[in-house]
Design a protein around this ligand. Structure first.
Ligand code: SIN
Ligand code: FE2
Length: 202
């Protein structure tokens, strides 16, 4: 399995830190509302999304890419919270900061199909993912769909890193265990995915 470089930090975030990140995400969403993106094939995703930081990951009929502006409001994305940059600096081992935090909101049976994160300029930068709220049944495979996959549970406060060989591992969320946490207002799960999307001149 191409999972070398996958690291899970169970319960990395304190209850206080989790609450602060949820508050920051929902506050940012007042300016940059959650919306339901369309896949390039024209199907609405079940996950609602917004972004924080200079760049935001978007999808529509033109494909997957990073944009500086919210596709619905036309405004720049809200600033990346310092707590997230601190987390990136502590765990990523990367020589430059993350420039995108994708915020995924899973409500009412939302899930995410198996995919690779490959819209970034430089795959030597890892992907850092924070789980908040209801527990996810997360599927992690290898770099090809023929490789075996396994599932693991990501609970609130868990942080995981896709680095090295696992940077391009297929992954997704099979389902979310509704009601397993009371952290998210209105219920569900919030996932914060930090990435370096733009190339870096070092
Ligand atoms: C993603 O791959 O964009 C989200 C993963 C997750 O929600 O844990
Ligand atoms: Fe992903």
């Amino acid at each position: 399995m191409t999972q070398a470089g996958f690291r899970l930090y169970p319960g990395y975030l304190t209850a206080h830190a989790q609450r602060a990140l949820v508050d920051a995400a929902f506050e940012a969403a007042e300016d940059a509302p959650f919306y339901r993106p369309m896949t390039p094939m024209g199907r609405p995703m079940s996950v609602e999304m917004t972004n924080l930081g200079p760049l935001g990951w978007v999808t529509d009929a033109s494909g997957y890419r990073y944009e500086r502006r919210h596709p619905v409001t036309g405004r720049a994305w809200p600033a990346m919270p310092l707590a997230l940059l601190d987390l990136w600096r502590a765990l990523s081992g990367a020589p430059a900061d993350a420039d995108c935090c994708l915020v995924n909101l899973y409500r009412d049976g939302a899930r995410m199909g198996l995919h690779q994160d490959r819209d970034e300029a430089d795959f030597s930068f890892p992907v850092l993912s924070v789980s908040l709220g209801d527990t996810a049944v997360f599927r992690l495979g290898g770099a090809s769909r023929r490789a075996p996959s396994r599932t693991l549970r990501l609970a609130s406060g868990d942080v995981c890193l896709l680095a090295g060989e696992a940077r391009l591992a297929l992954h997704g969320v099979d389902r979310v265990l509704a009601g397993s946490s009371r952290l998210i207002p209105g219920g569900g799960r919030l996932n914060l995915t930090l990435r370096r999307a733009a190339p870096v001149d070092l």
